[in-house]
Design a protein around this ligand. Structure first.
Ligand SMILES: *[C@@H]1O[C@H](CO)[C@@H](O)[C@H](O)[C@H]1NC(C)=O
Ligand SMILES: *[C@@H]1O[C@H](CO)[C@@H](O)[C@H](O)[C@H]1NC(C)=O
Ligand SMILES: *[C@@H]1O[C@H](CO)[C@@H](O)[C@H](O)[C@H]1NC(C)=O
Ligand SMILES: *[C@@H]1O[C@H](CO)[C@@H](O)[C@H](O)[C@H]1NC(C)=O
Ligand SMILES: *[C@@H]1O[C@H](CO)[C@@H](O)[C@H](O)[C@H]1NC(C)=O
Ligand SMILES: *[C@@H]1O[C@H](CO)[C@@H](O)[C@H](O)[C@H]1NC(C)=O
Ligand SMILES: CC(=O)N[C@H]1CO[C@H](CO)[C@@H](O)[C@@H]1O
Length: 544
């Protein structure tokens, strides 16, 4: 029956096509489900979103075909015609996708993390979707260890698996932006033109978001060697693998990548190329406020490991009295801390150490003995308490009980009359943070609120957590980079001091009693320096 055979010949490609379509539909389905959850809460309060949500569902149905499928797709043009209406979406200016490109070990993840921290700090809610995480998730059911075989360009099944992982990440980027966030960072390799075209078509063509490609390149063998070591140390792919085998595997994996690598020379997309060895930056078609900020942030990015030291000033006479703000001098115990700090740092002989202090007397006096160039920066001054400068918490409760309660209700946003809020302080210290991001071996001597902000930045704290972070007196704090994260260590020097941490009280209402307001005020003394002025004898003031 030769006609039957012919029939099968005809059917086979159609069957294959149907399967591919089903796969796509399935993925669109998965995406929509996630989408639902994120849209509903948002739609609840906007005036009328019935049109918008219709658009959302439309755009998700027209999923981008993968690079392979695109090549086989004879009527690719039809798709772009169909999606043209959606390109005029009002969300065109709402979200930005930053797509990282480049070979492994070029510092893409570090750059992505640095950008994400700065963008979040500035109120552009940003999240990184790392394709390698999605790839590991897809592989999990098979229980296979990741090996370089996965990255061979001639292995079709594995290439498809990696393409799926990339699309998982792309879906989550889209979901993140649909939920009303500003920036999604796709941490991928995107080493071929086809992959970049897929990303651009999906986000820009179909969903109407702005796309910015950042390509990381690097030819510096020293930097590369260091980055490879970091990958072997921190990447989940090599956790628990024999080091020699892991190193061999990574080399082979990079060789596979280099075989299919097509440097980014497209002139049609907004893109930035950054050489993470020399920190040279090249741009093409970059516009938009987020993109311009990103370009600025890249100027203070570093992929080199670095270490920063922080300390509050030694205990001041105001600390002893439990007062905030002001420009008091150190107490006797504070001076002892200053000496101990200098002795410690001078003994460590840290190469090219620099010291930054605020312009207030207590930080300058604390750092004076440290043998290193010193800079006094106004941006490091303590959060200004306005009308409450120089008051103790008891006095605040007495004179401004309403202000005191409001501050407890929202310590992050509360701004002292004629003074500052934590939000203000976060913005004020940003230039210092930018400098610290690219600096190594700097000692910053500053104040409680300001150090909460700076250390919180490096530790990826949420803004709401900052005002309650503990930054004790007489303690050296070391922040050092580990891959793209930071580790935090405290070294308490054995010199007594008061505790200045005031925990949020349970009752924050404006009509609370003075006792309720003051219950968490830490103990302090009633004269400025009981150790220098003995005589009347110090009295510890304690609330409870
Ligand atoms: C998504 O929305 C559809 C209808 O709008 C609803 O039937 C479905 O239950 C929703 N799914 C989830 C996960 O919320
Ligand atoms: C939104 O528009 C639909 C019809 O377009 C209307 O039925 C609905 O009441 C509107 N909702 C709000 C919250 O305005
Ligand atoms: C929805 O879109 C249609 C045409 O696209 C328009 O006529 C209608 O006013 C829109 N409704 C709302 C509530 O925006
Ligand atoms: C960074 O920190 C996260 C969460 O703490 C952790 O999952 C990840 O493995 C860390 N990455 C590196 C490179 O240290
Ligand atoms: C300071 O007080 C806070 C709140 O009572 C407490 O959590 C913290 O452990 C104290 N710190 C020291 C060094 O005693
Ligand atoms: C706070 O104190 C006020 C006045 O004493 C009282 O009415 C209120 O219930 C208290 N609130 C809390 C949360 O304890
Ligand atoms: C979650 C949220 O903000 N809900 C608000 C939506 O708007 C109504 C009135 O317009 C408020 O009462 C809700 O609190």
């Amino acid at each position: 029956m030769p006609w039957l055979v012919t029939c099968f010949d005809l059917l086979a490609p159609i069957l294959g096509y149907c399967l591919a379509v089903r796969k796509l539909a399935l993925q669109a389905g998965i995406f929509q489900e996630k989408n639902n959850k994120s849209i509903t809460p948002q739609a609840a309060n906007s005036s009328n979103t019935s049109n918008k949500s219709k658009e959302n569902s439309l755009s998700t149905e027209t999923m981008a075909p993968s690079a392979e499928e695109q090549r086989q797709e004879p009527n690719k043009d039809k798709i772009s015609i169909r999606t043209q209406g959606i390109m005029k979406s009002p969300r065109k200016f709402a979200g930005v996708v930053i797509a990282m490109c480049g070979l492994p070990g070029r510092g893409k993840s570090q750059v992505a993390q640095c950008l994400s921290r700065r963008l979040n700090w500035n109120g552009d809610s940003t999240k990184i979707m790392s394709v390698s995480d999605y790839r590991r998730k897809r592989l999990e059911p098979y229980g296979e260890a990741v090996s370089h075989e996965l990255f061979r360009p001639d292995h079709t099944a594995n290439t498809a698996l990696r393409a799926l992982a990339q699309r998982d990440a792309m879906h989550d980027c889209a979901a993140w932006l649909t939920a009303g966030n500003s920036v999604a960072i796709l941490d991928a390799t995107l080493i071929t033109r086809a992959q970049r075209a897929e990303v651009f078509d999906y986000f820009s063509g179909q969903l109407g978001y702005r796309v910015l490609f950042i390509e990381c390149i690097c030819d510096d063998p020293v930097v590369l060697e260091r980055n490879y070591k970091d990958i072997l140390r921190y990447s989940a792919d090599y956790a628990g693998m024999d080091p020699v085998r892991a190193e061999e595997d990574l080399r082979l994996k990079i060789t596979h990548y280099i075989r299919s690598y097509e440097p980014m020379d497209e002139k049609t997309y907004p893109r930035i190329r950054i050489d993470t060895g020399s920190m040279d930056i090249e741009t093409c078609k970059v516009s938009g406020h987020v993109e311009s900020s990103v370009l600025g942030f890249l100027g203070s990015v570093t992929v080199k490991p670095h270490t920063l030291y922080f300390s509050r000033h030694g205990e001041s006479e105001f600390n002893v009295l439990g007062k905030v703000g002001g420009d008091a001098v150190l107490s006797t115990r504070g001076e002892r801390y200053a000496q101990a700090l200098a002795t410690k740092f001078n003994a460590m002989r840290i190469p090219d150490l620099r010291v930054l202090t605020s312009r207030l007397r207590r930080t300058i006096a604390t750092a004076r003995g440290v043998e290193a160039p010193q800079e006094h920066v106004a941006a490091l001054n303590e959060l200004h308490a306005g009308i409450c400068e120089g008051l103790s918490y008891e006095e605040m409760q007495e004179h401004y009980p309403q202000e005191f309660a409001w501050r407890d209700q929202d310590k992050l946003r509360y701004r002292y009359p004629w003074g500052e809020s934590y939000i203000d302080a976060m913005q004020r210290v940003e230039p210092v943070i930018a400098e610290l991001q690219r600096s190594d071996n700097v000692l910053v001597v500053s104040h409680q609120a300001i150090l909460r902000c700076i250390i919180g930045f490096f530790m990826d704290k949420k803004p709401e957590e900052l005002p309650y972070m503990e930054v004790p007196l007489h303690t050296i704090i070391r922040v050092s980079s580990q891959g793209y994260n930071y580790t935090l260590e405290f070294f308490k020097l054995p010199i007594e001091c008061v505790n200045t941490t005031r925990v949020k009280p349970n009752n924050c209402s404006a009509d609370r009693s003075a006792d309720d307001a003051l219950i968490t005020v830490p103990p302090h003394f009633d004269i400025p320096d009981p150790w220098r002025n003995p005589g009347s004898g110090p009295t510890l003031v304690q609330q409870h």
